[in-house]
Ligand binder design. Structure first.
Ligand code: P53
Length: 477
């Protein structure tokens, strides 16, 4: 047994955000509209993010939280200073495609948008923070949706390639770690929010989703290729909404179902990391009558341009059961049976630190490439006291247990892990619900679900706790 040597010396501790959930400034400096702007809070959100109900612009009836979000567009210097105070080694953020190409199909980028991110990356570097950049975190310029049908159209590969050419060249030396598509498997579960897909009445949705997925996978391989050509120092990762399935019982049918559910997710990483459509997927697509239209050279491109590392989000494990009497857990886009051994968050997300170790091992066994945990955390209601202070021991407990499990995966199991960025290191808008009330941060932001509040930032108890965790490289939990 290996001795506990702890975390690697250069382990990348930090936090993560996404442009549309924190920046606001949706019209600033020539920014174009995107799918993520027009998803409101409230009961219409779910059908809209699923692509079943259209929302291609703002209306009077709904509140759109991404318009202002937490106004990081204007406050990023102060926010990054707070991250630096916690000792972040890395900050995961995403660029908004429509700041750089407002319509998505222009040849020439919007200089103001490029400049904005350049300043942001420089601000990180000033503190020795390594930016980890998600090229698309769910966002797609609206014009690409209305004119081209978003990722169902092969043209999107070209537009994405153009975006990559521009940002890799412009940010050469400033950014070295890139993620091509946030939670690429989200295209199956929230196709409008995840990939800008809106369905027509009688179309075969599965066909559209997998064709669009193919385009994203090709785009991801092209991005990897260009990134390496522009700067051999660049490291490119894929990104999966992870969390392994457990069979509800040892009944072989339950085990089989769990394996199939896992494969639905592995599908994407199998292609991005091993470079091939896996046999099980080819058979499954064939059975479903889904025909993926490919261009000559696609398969070679996928084969020759696999990712350097595998990143993923982990909030919970999942459960598969063939018995319909087990209710599915509410409050999550991913279907899962309730696990009777686990507690759940206020939003019904089940809490399973060992599940993180299990997921890490499953991924490392399968791909044998370095992993990067780029999202993990607890969405909870915070109640500031009369001084505005939040004692979020529940959040500290959640993170401590997950960090312990991740340390065990490194120390006991030998999993190679590049870093760990907690989700929503500063409170931001929830992707699933559009709420501000579902908070993940070490930093409290004074804003509510209706958009009231001063936007003032206040350190929570977890701020000082995480600072110590980083300072001791994970020793002091
Ligand atoms: P929220 C569902 C399941 C797993 C990950 O989610 C998910 C979702 C979307 O709800 O998304 C990731 O904000 C995503 C982030 C998101 C975060 O998880 O619904 O990459 O954008 O905010 C947490 O609580």
């Amino acid at each position: 047994v290996l001795k506990d040597t702890g975390f690697p010396k250069d382990f990348l501790w930090g936090g993560a955000t996404a442009a549309n959930q924190c920046e606001g400034g949706y019209k600033e400096a020539g920014r174009g509209l995107a799918n993520v702007d027009v998803v409101p809070i409230g009961k219409d959100r779910l059908p809209i993010i699923a692509g079943l109900k259209k929302s291609l612009n703002f209306d009077e009836e709904h509140f759109y939280p991404a318009k202002e979000a937490i106004d990081m567009y204007h406050r990023y210097k102060d926010d990054i200073a707070l991250f630096a105070e916690m000792g972040f080694k890395t900050y995961r953020l995403s660029i908004a495609w429509s700041r750089i190409f407002p319509n998505g199909d222009e040849k020439v980028p919007n200089e103001a948008g490029l400049k904005f991110y350049e300043e942001m990356f420089k601000e990180c570097r000033k503190y020795g923070i390594e930016p980890l950049v998600t090229i698309t975190h769910f966002d797609c310029p609206m014009h690409l949706i209305t004119e081209y049908g978003s990722w169902r159209n092969r043209k999107l590969v070209e537009f994405y390639e153009n975006l990559c050419q521009v940002i890799f060249n412009r940010y050469k030396g400033l950014v070295r770690y890139w993620l091509t598509f946030n939670e690429i498997n989200m295209i199956l579960h929230a196709p409008f929010m995840g990939a800008g897909l809106v369905f027509e009445a009688d179309e075969n949705q599965e066909q559209v989703k997998y064709q669009a997925a193919h385009h994203e996978l090709v785009a991801s391989a092209i991005a990897t290729k260009i990134a390496h050509e522009v700067d051999p120092e660049n490291k490119v990762g894929c990104m999966l909404a992870a969390g392994n399935y457990y069979p509800y019982t040892c009944k072989p049918e339950d085990v089989w179902k769990g394996m199939q559910e896992d494969r639905e997710n592995y599908f994407f990483v199998d292609i991005q990391s091993r470079g091939e459509y896996p046999a099980y997927a080819r058979k499954e697509l064939e059975r479903k009558g889904i025909e993926i239209k490919m261009e000559e050279g696609d398969l070679t491109l996928l084969k020759n341009n696999t990712v350097d590392f595998i990143s993923f989000s982990y909030y919970s494990s999942r459960v598969a059961s063939t018995d319909s009497k087990h209710n599915e857990t509410e409050g999550n886009i991913f279907a899962s049976t309730k696990n009777p051994y686990l507690e759940a968050s206020e939003w019904g997300w089940q809490i399973d630190p060992l599940g993180l170790r299990i997921t890490m091992n499953a991924m490392y066994d399968r791909y044998q490439k370095p992993l990067f945990i780029v999202e993990n955390g607890l969405g909870a209601v915070d109640e500031p006291d009369e001084n505005g202070y939040v004692k979020d021991d529940y959040r500290i407990d959640y993170l401590r247990e997950h960090i312990k499990a991740m340390k065990e995966a490194i120390v006991e199991d030998g999993v190679e892990l590049l870093g760990y960025t907690t989700w929503g290191c500063i409170d931001l808008v929830s992707a699933g619900t559009g709420e501000m009330k579902k908070r993940y941060g070490f930093i409290y932001v004074d804003r509510d679900n209706e958009g009231n509040g001063t936007l003032k930032r206040t350190k929570k108890k977890s701020f000082d706790w995480y600072k110590k965790v980083i300072a001791t490289n994970g020793e002091n939990l």
